[in-house]
Design a protein around this ligand. Structure first.
Ligand code: SOE
Length: 381
């Protein structure tokens, strides 16, 4: 009997970067075949990074067959058909545009870029490439949490009626200690922004994905609590926000509030979203990612109320590929789902989602939030 995926055509992958996201993506490239039997068989062909010794070590550890010290070398290789960009934001536009123009499919980490202008140039490159059958996707992995995909389905089926409120938060605490070291994530040049681009971008995308509506205008507050952090025996300035708060309206007439912070002591990676509609509500927290809470307003008040859906049934999005009901999954699986969907779209000749255009829409919201915080006025996206 043929092993799963044995007859599927191969697709060589070249990945740039091997830190946190590179490790998460490597795990997904390794696990997608056995569990999803995708129509293209990914080959972990080459890993790129500037430091030869470090990139070779990372390739051995993560399962990549070869290495390059210049990402441009990946684009010249015939055995590579897709570039996976896991660098800080300041590298996204240059690498993605060059890769698409070289005829390579692209998967790019979020946020799509460090500015709207860069994101627009990336969308233009994606449009040019699409005409040649070359595809692109921005990696908002939380769309692929089964409970979040289920929430979108329930909203689309009208189970909530008209959405009136969205309440979205992304709470972390890894910077609450002023002694926590400086990293590139605190540098505006490299990261674009702080909590705003890193984690508010996720709740913006999640809101737009689940509701099927766009955020149209915002009023915002950005705050930096710690202005310098330890680095190389001295300190370095923090040039980004530590927390981003904003309210907004959506294209479907809902009101929305957003809070993203790295200073919520005790909250480690809590992406929460609650929707209240005319016929019901939904609530989710990433720290309990196998659960979706649902309230059906039609139920009688004696026994009605929020009830927990354990999102592990074969009928639930993505779950048929994994374990029997009740056998929960985790953070890393969201990346496997993302890559399974990407490979299916490429093989089927369709556009994967979220597209670079979706990434640009998120970028416009990020820019509107930054402008609103600076000017103290409402801004449209
Ligand atoms: C760091 O804040 C970070 O790793 C983000 O960059 C990721 O996108 C998020 O999934 C978890 O937190």
């Amino acid at each position: 009997m043929a092993a799963l995926g044995e007859n599927a055509p191969g697709l060589g992958i070249g990945m740039v970067g091997y830190a946190f996201m590179g490790r998460a993506h490597s795990h997904a490239w390794r696990s997608v075949g056995p569990f999803f039997d995708p129509p293209l068989r990914p080959e972990m062909t080459a890993l790129a990074g500037r430091n030869a010794a470090k990139v070779q070590g990372a390739a051995r550890e993560l399962g990549w067959a070869s290495t390059e010290t210049d990402w441009k070398a990946l684009l010249r290789r015939d055995d590579i058909g897709l570039i996976d960009i896991c660098t800080p934001g300041d590298g996204h536009a240059e690498i993605a545009i060059a890769a698409l123009d070289a005829g390579k499919h692209v998967l790019c980490e979020k946020p799509l870029a460090n500015s709207v202008a860069e994101a627009e140039a990336m969308v233009a490159a994606a449009d040019r490439a699409r005409e040649r059958g070359v595809r692109s996707m921005v990696a908002f992995n939380y769309r692929r949490v089964p409970a979040i995909a289920l929430a979108r389905r329930l909203v689309a089926e009208g189970r909530l009626g008209t959405i009136r409120h969205v309440r979205a938060q992304y709470l972390q605490d890894w910077l609450a200690d002023p002694g926590a070291p400086w990293t590139w994530r605190m540098d505006k040049e490299r990261a674009g922004s702080g909590a705003l681009g890193d984690i508010a971008a996720h709740i913006i995308d999640t809101t737009q994905f689940v509701t099927g509506q766009q955020i149209t205008d915002v009023s915002a507050l950005l705050r930096t609590f710690v202005h310098e952090r330890p680095h190389d025996g001295g300190t370095r300035p923090v040039t980004v926000d530590d927390a981003a708060l904003f309210i907004g309206r959506t294209s479907g007439g809902a009101t929305a509030s957003f809070e993203a912070t790295r200073f919520a002591t005790g909250r480690k990676n809590s992406l929460r979203i609650e929707l209240n509609g005319s016929q019901g509500s939904l609530a989710f927290d990433l720290e309990s990612l196998n659960e979706l809470w649902f309230h059906d307003a039609a139920e009688d008040s004696l026994t009605g109320g929020f009830r927990r859906i354990l999102v592990t049934e074969a009928e639930h999005p993505y779950m048929a590929a994994w374990w029997p009901p009740g056998h929960i999954i985790g953070y890393e699986h969201t990346f496997t789902h993302e890559i399974a969907d990407l490979l299916t779209a490429i093989a089927g000749g369709t556009d994967p989602s979220p597209s670079f255009a979706d990434g640009l829409q998120v970028q416009r919201v990020l820019a509107a939030v930054a402008e609103s915080a600076e000017t103290g006025t409402w801004r449209t996206t």
